[in-house]
Design a protein around this ligand. Sequence first.
Ligand code: HEM
Length: 105
Amino acid sequence: MRPNVVNSNPEALRRPTWIFGVGRRACPGEQFGQQALFITTAKILWAFDVAATEPIDTSMERGFFAGLVIGPEAFNATYSPRSDLRRQAVLTDHRNAEALLDEML
Ligand code: HEM
């Protein structure tokens, strides 16, 4: 905690999320983690039509769980490739990633 910052400019401490911690021991992987999650989510949405197989309860009272973080209750969904081209692209990425991992390990 830096009292001079807190007292002179509390806005400087505003963050969109506290999940990565704060202060001296804050997570040094924050940027990496956020970018990795963004890329993964974007790729999933690019490659697949994601559809729930049952009605989802989205009410705040019953649709979410609370804990260290809040999240939606689990539900079943299907992931269907949006086209054969995208399906092939995912399979190619997967093969390339496996080959890289084999080389590294
Ligand atoms: C979504 C992903 C991640 C979350 C939610 C997360 C969260 C956290 C949290 C809450 C802390 C403790 C902060 C504190 O003590 O106040 C922490 C520490 C740390 N994280 Fe992450 N982290 C993530 C990803 C990463 C990644 C990708 C790396 C490395 C590439 C990483 C490396 C570290 C290290 C080295 C520390 C210890 C820092 C210290 O004690 O000085 N984290 N992380």
